[in-house]
Design a protein. Structure first.
Length: 439
């Protein structure tokens, strides 16, 4: 088995070897190379101590020198870590103490999964003491050694198992999965920022993996499990609520972070709104309930202020009726003052939602197409800047002041949208006088 390394990585390995040290590329770069993928970066492990690494290379950064990690600045940064063992993980995330060792296998034994516990150098070849190559061939995610110990050491590894499963379309090995299920509450030791990042990457790679994570994510999203068990006995659907949600996320192309979260949240309120009449399930009021849930999760996940605002709004109106395109446009652009960007985001959410329905339910896509076409061709004023008058004009030509000026502008925007041929100064001042007589 031969792995091709970039020249700058070979040079680093050669420098170690010429100085009498062992050195190997390790972890994700080895895994990806064996999968015929181009590694994004390269990590090196060595028996050289951090101070020896610094002495061998001119340009280094003591990235994590206390834990044996030095970054070598070459064509690309390369992290080099001394062979080590790790002790207790009191916070379920970081080792309390590390001890440098001289044995590569001891170093690989501390790693998370077998597919990440392989090392390689051109002289020695592949070092795979835990069967990582066999697990790659079997499309399997398996913890190194005792999975319970691995996850008690670092609770983030439970999410990483699912991320790798999603990225490579692998299955998590039975004992590894059982350990995740048993230790799922330890995920609370992981920062929400890291949880958010891992979940987002899963949504990007393969959102259906979320179906295997409802218990693991229950601390923040208990609604996922409710959605998984909530069937939809209706002609518009052919699957449970959660699978419909994830199907909608899968349809998002190109991937967009804000819209992925929106689609993940858009139907989370359905189980709480579930009723059945004459054998048909109904979920009246679910957009408002889902928006409430989305707002909570956005806050708990410490999303950006923009996301905290726009995601619940998109969820709240994802199921808005489209019978009258002009009335739809008027409601959002004129009355609610949504931006052009927001309404286009809503169109994408509606598309993914509709196409995640049954074949019968997908028929409403024609209404969305008509709405989008109407919006693209709409040449009516949809914001104040498109009016023939502005606030300064009102001040100079009327005796209105304060809130009346803003109210007059809003009235003119509504009037000009309904009567675009009247979007002229004369006509708008006549209209203002009829609404706010000042003579």
């Amino acid at each position: 088995m031969k792995i091709l390394c970039p020249d700058y990585v070979k040079n680093i390995l050669d420098t170690f070897h010429q100085a009498g040290f062992q050195a190997y590329i390790v972890g994700g770069c080895v895994r990806d190379a064996l999968l015929n993928l181009t590694p994004k970066d390269y990590d090196v492990t060595t028996n050289a101590k951090p101070e020896q690494v610094q002495a061998l290379f001119e340009r280094t950064i003591p990235t994590g020198i206390a834990h044996g990690t030095i970054t070598i600045l070459s064509d690309q940064p390369v992290e080099v870590t001394t062979f080590r063992q790790e002790s207790m993980y009191s916070d379920h995330r970081h080792p309390d103490h590390v001890a440098f060792v001289n044995d590569l296998t001891e170093d690989l034994a501390r790693r998370d999964f077998t597919i990440n516990a392989m090392a390689y150098d051109p002289k020695t070849g592949l070092i795979d003491p835990f069967g990582g190559q066999a697990d790659l061939k079997a499309h399997r995610i398996r913890a190194v050694g005792d999975p319970y110990q691995r996850f008690q050491e670092d609770a983030l590894r439970m999410l990483r198992a699912h991320r790798f499963a999603a990225r490579f379309h692998f299955q998590i090995e039975t004992q590894t999965e059982k350990a995740i299920q048993q230790l799922h509450e330890d995920i609370q030791y992981v920062s929400v920022e890291r949880v958010r990042h891992e979940v987002l990457e899963i949504l990007r790679s393969n959102p259906y993996e979320i179906e295997n994570m409802t218990l693991l994510l229950s601390h923040w999203m208990p609604e996922l499990e409710s959605c998984r068990t909530c069937l939809q006995q209706t002609p518009y659907h052919d699957t449970n609520v959660l699978h419909h949600i994830l199907r909608a996320v899968k349809l998002l192309d190109p991937f967009d972070e804000t819209l992925a979260w929106t689609l993940l949240f858009h139907d989370l309120g359905k189980p709480a709104c579930h009723t059945t009449k004459n054998g048909i399930d109904h979920f009246k009021g679910h957009p408002a309930k889902s928006a409430e849930i989305a707002s909570r999760i956005c806050k708990e996940f410490k999303m950006t202020n923009t996301q905290k605002k726009v995601i619940p709004l998109l969820v709240r109106y994802h199921d808005e009726k489209m019978k009258d395109p002009l009335a739809f446009i008027r409601k959002f652009r004129i009355e609610k003052h949504w931006s052009d960007a927001w309404i286009k985001q809503l169109f994408i959410v509606k598309y993914c939602d509709i196409m995640a329905h049954s074949v019968y339910g997908q028929q409403t896509i024609k209404k969305l197409e008509t709405l989008e076409d109407c919006y693209q061709r709409c040449d009516r004023p949809m914001e104040y800047s498109q009016l023939a008058i502005n606030g300064k004009d009102i001040v100079e030509n009327t005796n209105l002041s304060g809130k009346d000026i803003a109210n007059a502008l809003q009235a003119c925007l509504e009037y000009a949208f309904d009567h675009p041929e009247k979007n002229h100064k004369t006509d708008l001042f006549v209209y203002i006088e009829s609404r706010y007589p000042w003579k």
